[in-house]
Design a protein around this ligand. Structure first.
Ligand SMILES: [Fe+2]
Ligand SMILES: [Fe+2]
Length: 373
């Protein structure tokens, strides 16, 4: 019986296009998508269990004080102005992520939480008698005559932007809470204590913290599977960062001045309490280290056409990132096991073979690869 040899074309077709030691982009995308999906389902369950509040019914609106300092009213009105673009934030981003189940469904959930922030800030302005219903009606009309559009046209850049934006927003609300608790260091904002406003700031800030954490986990997954692209996106987003809708709100300068002079938020806060916090959470030592790492990254084309960065590993703590990604999988696995997903669609952590590892020297960049950069 003659030996059966498959035609060469079959062997050629079966040969992977990329180095078999590495994950192909479609494989990485599939892993990321499964991670996003698991995280999104975990998030929704947690949101419903622990943060299921309502803009109208969760606050004692009749008891909010009606004599806030005008700067406080300007700040409340500005927060409302930004948050009321929630439908634009959601629709603009939704189109970019619509092919991802996890990210697109999360965008709807996120939008619904941002929408209740807008309603809550509006209630705060209205019930504190800062503006009349008529003034707010006209203001809304003016705001809605402009449409917010994402400053970035890529799903990755939007994700990274939102990480920084959510943290910055949370910081704004926590600092206003200090004013409402009588803890402002600014003399002109003293005497604005109000338990209802403190409660509002607290509830919304907790939502913003949850948003920050969700987007941060997603960014970490991207960093784990696409380190070079993600680090570059981080660098670019910081350089161009502005708060959302700054160019749409008609009296933005007045709002920004009130926020800045009130010690609520400013460029220093962005560097110290936003950038540095995100960097710490992603294992990035500093902006200089990030820029230097990207600059020094040598792209080495391998025999299979795979591009492999080397100096990139010097720019962040990759061990920390992998540990955090593993923890994320652990959390999602535990959640899904509680439902029974482990019996029908188990989620597994897949190590990125490119990742340097003390226990896997094969993947650690060689000294020779690092040299000359
Ligand atoms: Fe918000
Ligand atoms: Fe948010």
């Amino acid at each position: 019986m003659p030996e059966i040899i498959p035609p060469a074309s079959i062997i050629e077709d079966a040969r992977p296009a990329t180095n078999p030691r590495l994950l192909s982009n479609p494989e990485k995308d599939r892993l990321i998508e499964r991670g996003f999906l698991g995280l999104y389902r975990w998030y929704v369950a947690r949101s419903q269990e622990t943060r299921n509040w309502n803009a109208d019914k969760s606050f004692e609106w009749r008891k909010i004080r009606t004599d806030f300092n005008p700067e406080v009213t300007t700040i409340l009105e500005g927060f409302f102005a930004v948050e009321q673009y929630a439908p634009d934030f959601t629709s603009s981003i939704l189109n970019m992520v619509r092919r991802s189940h996890g990210r697109s469904h999360f965008t709807l959930r996120w939008g619904s939480e941002e929408e209740r922030h807008a309603d809550t800030w509006e209630n705060a302005v209205l019930f504190s008698r800062g503006r009349t219903a008529k003034q707010l009606e006209e203001y809304k009309y003016l705001l809605r005559s402009s449409q917010w559009e994402s400053p970035w046209d890529s799903a990755l850049y939007n994700l990274i932007y939102t990480v920084f934006q959510e943290r910055a927003t949370q910081l704004n609300y926590l600092n206003l809470r200090k004013v409402a608790m009588g803890k402002s260091e600014k003399p002109h904002l003293q005497g604005n204590e109000d338990p209802v406003l403190a409660h509002v700031c607290q509830m919304i800030a907790v939502d913003e913290a949850a948003h920050y954490n969700f987007f941060l986990e997603c960014a970490r997954l991207m960093l784990y599977y696409y380190p070079e692209e993600t680090l570059e996106a981080i660098r670019d987003v910081i350089v161009h960062f502005t708060m959302p809708a700054y160019n749409l709100v008609p009296d933005w300068d007045k709002f920004f001045e009130a926020v800045y002079k009130g010690g609520i938020y400013g460029p220093r806060d962005f560097q110290r309490d936003v950038v540095q916090v995100v960097f710490k959470n992603l294992g990035i030592a500093s902006r200089k280290a990030l820029e230097e790492g990207i600059r020094r990254t040598r792209l080495v084309p391998t025999e299979a056409g795979v591009i492999r960065g080397t100096a990139i590993w010097d720019s962040f703590d990759y061990g920390l990132v992998e540990g955090d990604v593993r923890r994320l999988y652990g959390r999602v696995q535990e959640y899904e096991k509680g439902i029974g997903f482990d019996t029908v669609d188990p989620i597994e952590f897949h190590k990125n073979p490119l990742w340097p590892d003390e226990t896997n020297t094969e993947n650690t960049p060689l000294e020779s690869e690092k040299a000359g950069d």
